[in-house]
Design a protein around this ligand. Structure first.
Ligand code: APR
Length: 230
């Protein structure tokens, strides 16, 4: 089976009703991103940060996977698929994708603020001030904030190196190191980019640009891939 790797971003969940980041003009639900998504913001006002992610978690819990997520899941019938997502919702898993790497963490997990390896599944529950890890420190969302290391990046880079086909969908490719994964894809592999507002890509070798929303674009690609690579 050919190895198919997907790099997804906020745009794939947009049609499920979860707003993207940069389309909102640098503000995220009315907040400066550094206020709610950085270690400095957390130190300054943990209550605001917890409240912000509690609201994001509730919104994600109410969202359903869309036809784009479903088209990616259906590709597992014909390809060995890994989805590398920057998204913190679990809509890829809900759609049926079985290998999903969350580069920037997950809303459904909390972690200790002194030990990044102490991770707890919380499902759709809130995290509140006073909720502590086993070592007695405040729990925080298990989200990779601006300025923090991306623990899954090495694994994601190795998988990207193995891609026969690489699909980029719904990401502005503005945030590193996630945006650099496209550089690990072998030169001879086929790359698809799906976005209604194409991100900048320096090397256009073997790339098909699909100027469309995730739902229509991914359905189109799934049909093409199943017909051509089967
Ligand atoms: N279908 C496909 N793409 C879409 C759609 C749609 N329906 N609607 C918008 N887009 C595209 C936009 O044109 C844009 O290129 O999705 C992209 C969203 O880009 P960003 O908002 O920058 O999101 P993303 O690339 O995922 O951000 C990366 O930045 O804020 C941090 O950690 C956060 O994971 C996030 C990272």
């Amino acid at each position: 089976m050919l190895k198919l790797v997907v790099l997804s971003g906020a745009g794939v969940s947009a049609e499920s009703g979860i707003p993207t980041f940069r389309d909102a003009g640098g503000l995220w639900e009315g907040h400066d991103v550094m206020e709610v998504a950085s270690p400095q913001g957390w130190q300054k006002n943990p209550e605001l940060v917890l409240d912000f992610y509690n609201k994001r978690r509730a919104a994600a819990a109410a969202a359903k996977p869309n036809e784009g997520h479903l088209a990616l899941a259906s590709l597992e019938e014909d390809f060995d698929v890994t989805v590398i997502t920057q998204n913190i919702d679990n809509l890829h898993e809900q759609a049926g994708s079985s290998n999903v790497i969350h580069l920037h963490g997950l809303l459904s997990q909390a972690r200790s603020s002194i030990d990044e390896n102490m991770i707890y599944d919380i499902g759709t529950k809130d995290i509140n001030l006073g909720d502590l890890c086993k070592k007695g420190s405040q729990l925080r969302p298990n989200i990779v904030w601006f300025g923090e290391m991306v623990p899954m990046i090495e694994k994601a880079a190795k998988i990207s190196e193995q891609a026969d086909i690489f699909i980029v969908v719904g990401t502005s490719l503005a945030v590193y190191p996630a945006a650099s994964l496209i550089d690990y894809v072998p030169y001879t592999s086929k790359i698809y980019v799906v976005d209604p507002n194409m991100p900048y890509i320096k090397d256009k070798h073997n790339i098909k640009l699909v100027n469309a929303k995730a739902t229509t674009g991914l359905k189109e690609i799934a049909v093409e891939l199943k017909a051509n690579y089967h």
